[in-house]
Write a protein that binds this ligand. Structure first.
Ligand code: SF4
Ligand code: SF4
Length: 429
């Protein structure tokens, strides 16, 4: 028997807390448990008592024959090459009704052509016929500028999935401005069960940043929040991303209180505006570093805790995001395909154009290097990740950022994991 390489110990209020990042088990260890740990740390055998069995069950101890790192790597690769479904992020238009300073999108006009729509549907139906589930995220530009396209494609995709008896799931990333009662009902009808909307701080800051493209000067915050309430009232799961930078980090408490008054406090989550991804050069000076964001994040969690609200806690992750999956593609309005959301609209990063394909599987038969670089990137190739005690909950982070930086960029947990463990301890009394 040996100790798990993913144990993290913290002394807090005189207690020996133990967290395991592979199982996310957290416990205060008593003297007998600490003695067992001491024994195995010295390389000595322990008897298989009930306590030892329990410590093994929660992952604090593992068999000598277990190589946790190899198990993780195997699981990571199985996840990457999982073929049970097709995940498509579809931008039916790259146009946008907003002109946000950090956004590179929205300059292209036009809606996806009928031919391209047909092609996507026919290629998705090949997957459905093969028993593979279909998961769609409507994206943009602003997807609601192409409502009719979304409705028409959804109708056909749902029909195919029903016929082939496979699951259909859909979500949407929208700025929320164009939502209204009729649209929300239609989205429900077309099985959009999840909507993500972004706010940029308190009303004043948000209205300065998230301006309409028509330069009308009309504020957008109140209307977006009203629309979020509408979406929520219709039972669609809503997540409100709060863009955090140097300007908005000081507004989080007030913003949380404002949203709590509207019963939306539980729907907020913090998004890191990053200099090398979401940001134009002009706004990069306003971005928080990974460490700064981690601190802001943990302080926000403490704030939630002080308000008796649900706090976040790390969860084991098989792979980091959709871009890592073999059959997960981002498709822009002109049919160019990508692996990562950050690449959308950047032609040189495309993995191919849908017009040149008969089937998505063709992409994997002769993948171009933009595709292979996503599929072959692995946190297990980096010493710092192989040796990292939070690898199971980070998995090397966002590979786009990692590649840009030349090495994986650590998730917030890396900097503040001990604070989270203490918070968890407080939450459970
Ligand atoms: S690789 Fe990074 S930026 Fe790209 S979709 Fe994944 S998490 Fe987002
Ligand atoms: S990116 Fe950082 S936190 Fe994530 S696994 Fe690698 S070393 Fe650990």
């Amino acid at each position: 028997m040996k100790e798990s390489r993913y144990n993290i110990s913290v002394i807090y209020n005189g207690e020996h807390l133990m967290f395991n990042s592979r199982t996310i088990a957290t416990a205060a260890l008593d003297r007998p448990a600490l003695d067992i740990l001491d024994t195995v740390r010295q390389g000595n055998e322990v008897k298989e008592t009930d306590l030892v069995k329990e410590m093994k069950r929660v992952g604090f101890l593992v068999d000598d024959a277990t190589d946790e790192l190899q198990q993780l790597e195997m699981n990571y690769n199985l996840g990457k090459y999982e073929k049970s479904g097709l995940g498509l992020v579809i931008a039916p238009t790259m146009a946008c009704n907003f002109a946000c300073p950090y956004c590179f999108e929205g300059t292209q006009k036009g809606i996806m052509s009928k031919e391209l729509q047909k092609k996507i549907i026919s290629m998705a139906s090949n997957f459905a016929k093969n028993g593979q589930n279909i998961n769609i995220t409507w994206f943009g530009g602003e997807p609601l500028l192409a409502k009719k396209t979304i409705y028409s494609m959804s109708e056909q995709l749902i029909e195919i999935c029903l016929k082939e008896n496979v699951d259909y799931e859909a979500g949407m990333v929208t700025n929320g401005y164009l939502l209204d009662e009729e649209t929300v009902q239609k989205l429900r009808e077309y099985k959009v069960t999840f909507i993500q909307i972004t706010l940029d701080g308190l009303p004043k800051t948000h209205n300065q940043k998230r301006k309409l493209i028509n330069n009308s000067g009309e504020p957008t915050f109140d209307r977006i929040v009203e629309n979020i309430l509408l979406v929520k009232s219709q039972g669609i799961c809503t997540s409100i991303r709060i863009n955090v930078d140097k300007e908005t980090e000081g507004e989080l408490e007030q913003l949380l209180e404002l949203m709590m008054e509207k019963k939306l406090g539980e729907n907020l989550y913090l998004g890191h505006v990053e200099a090398n991804t979401d940001c134009s050069k002009e706004c990069s000076e306003n971005c928080l570093s990974a460490e700064e964001f981690a601190r802001t994040y943990v302080n926000y969690e403490k704030l939630l805790f002080s308000k008796k609200m649900q706090t976040d806690y790390p969860a084991p992750t098989r792979i980091n995001c959709g871009a890592d999956y073999l059959y997960s593609f981002v498709i822009d309005a002109g049919g160019d395909m990508y692996k990562c959301l950050n690449d959308i609209g950047i032609k040189k990063n495309s993995i191919g154009n849908i017009e040149d394909l008969e089937d998505f599987s063709q992409l994997t038969q002769n993948p171009n290097r933009n595709y292979t670089k996503y599929m072959t990137w692995s946190p297990f190739d980096f010493k710092k990740c192989r040796e990292c005690n939070i690898l199971p909950i980070c998995m090397g982070g966002c590979q786009y950022n990692g590649r840009e930086a030349g090495e994986p960029i650590c998730e917030s947990w890396k900097y503040e994991i001990e604070e989270y463990i203490k918070l968890k301890c407080d939450a459970f009394g």
